[in-house]
Design a protein. Structure first.
Length: 196
């Protein structure tokens, strides 16, 4: 009942309120991105969501437009020359992730859940084992158990078991605990170049 009914309703309401409250921030970041480099404000990329369904994730663009294609999170590194001046700031503060509130409002994501991988990395949906596919039985999250424990580490052999652990523990109180913990790690600046 919580996963299928109560959690989506809470996500929808909170995402709507957050978008309204953060509208001035969205506008300020959008202006900074447009003034800093040519290209769109948002970066969109296909990701795997609930039950392996493909959707487009939204982020604020942090790289130059011509080079803003990434294989998951493995090709961005510290002092990467493709990252713009504004991009360095919004990645450091995790503000580049804020447009995923739109994905939450659309019902494609949740505030808390496993981070959504790209469709072909670390592997295609059909190549995940039945046990690994458990991570896809909940909506992907803006943050999750992996992010609270490790910020995010680029090792799916570690991330996937932790995601499966989250699915087994998923409840209102566990999500609240992770939500509050996520607020504490949101502005941490370590390991910001390995995010998915």
């Amino acid at each position: 009942m919580y996963r299928t009914f109560f959690k989506p309703i809470c996500d929808h309401i909170l995402a709507f309120l957050a978008l309204v409250i953060l509208l001035p921030v969205f506008l300020a970041v959008a202006v900074a991105i447009k003034c800093d480099s040519a290209g769109p404000v948002f970066f969109r990329q296909e990701r795997l969501g609930l039950m392996g369904k493909v959707f487009r994730i939204y982020k604020f663009r942090s790289m130059t437009h011509d080079n803003n294609t990434r294989v998951g999170s493995v090709t961005v590194f510290e002092n990467d020359p493709r990252i713009t001046r504004t991009g360095k700031f919004i990645r450091k503060t995790s503000m580049d992730e804020l447009p995923q509130l739109i994905n939450i409002l659309l019902g494609e994501m949740s505030f808390i859940g496993p981070r959504p991988p790209v469709p072909y990395f670390p592997k295609h949906y059909e190549e995940y084992t039945d046990t690994e596919k458990i991570r896809f039985t909940v909506r992907p999250g803006l943050s999750g158990l992996v992010q609270v424990r490790h910020r995010e580490i680029n090792d799916w052999n570690i991330n996937i078991p932790v995601d499966i652990e989250y699915v087994g523990k998923c409840s209102f109180w566990f999500d609240m605990k992770l939500f509050l913990a996520s607020l504490l790690v949101f502005f941490r600046t370590d390991n910001i170049y390995s995010r998915g």
